[in-house]
Design a protein around this ligand. Structure first.
Ligand SMILES: N[C@@H](CCC(=O)N[C@@H](CS)C(=O)NCC(=O)O)C(=O)O
Length: 202
């Protein structure tokens, strides 16, 4: 049985979303998003930085949300939620899948740190402004790519789970503008998926 080490309001939601979309059975270790759980000796043995998500599958223990998604697709599906390697959509699928952690999450992390995590006297308005501008630049091409499409490469894929989750976060942080209608409609579409709703309320 798959076991997901999870904390609410985190990237671990991506893995719940994935497992729900695939209808796979899993057990959840629900921790608090707090150092007492995440930085415990027990959890650091699973993840050297004390972060989530971590997935266990028998003898396998794996961290990094993108790696976990690829692992589950490779070992627990028969080609679900991704285009075939020789399909024309495959390169774009890979591109948006990795654009999430590569380009969109770094400024989101900074915004979260300088609006929610640090005590007010340690928040830096210059750093925050830079991250907001960077995030604005990072999401603009996604808005363009979504023109005329329901999902990033047409059909719903795991790239939507990765990048869609980060766009949902960007929107929640107020970083998607009213003119970016493709992004707003896309985030709405994602939020209407039952598996996403389960992930967000877990
Ligand atoms: N690139 C990693 C990032 C993991 C990560 O930073 N997770 C956050 C939650 S979204 C975390 O566990 N933070 C706890 C902490 O920094 O103490 C992934 O995609 O899994």
């Amino acid at each position: 049985m798959l076991k997901l080490h999870f904390a609410p309001n985190s990237r671990a939601g991506r893995i719940v979303w994935l497992l729900e979309e695939l209808g796979l059975d899993y057990e959840l270790n629900r921790m608090d998003f707090h150092p007492k759980d995440l930085k415990s000796e027990e959890h650091r043995a699973r993840h050297p930085l004390g972060r989530v998500p971590v997935l266990e599958d028998g003898d396998v223990s794996i961290f990094e949300s993108g790696a976990i998604v690829e692992y589950v697709l490779a070992r627990h599906t028969d080609g679900a939620l991704k285009p075939a390697v020789d399909a024309p959509e495959f390169p774009e699928y890979l591109q948006w899948f990795h654009y999430c952690e590569g380009m969109v999450m770094p400024p989101i992390n900074t915004i979260v740190v300088h609006t929610l995590i640090l005590p007010e006297d340690r928040r830096d308005a210059t750093v925050l402004g830079q991250a907001q501008r960077l995030l604005g630049k990072a999401v603009a091409p996604v808005n363009e790519a979504l023109e005329g499409r329901e999902y990033l490469v047409g059909d719903f894929t795991a790239a939507d789970i990765m990048l869609g989750h980060s766009l949902f976060m960007a929107n929640r942080l107020g970083q998607v503008s009213e003119e970016q209608t493709n992004l707003l409609e896309y985030v709405d579409r994602i939020q209407n998926r039952p598996a996403f709703q389960t992930a967000i309320s877990t």
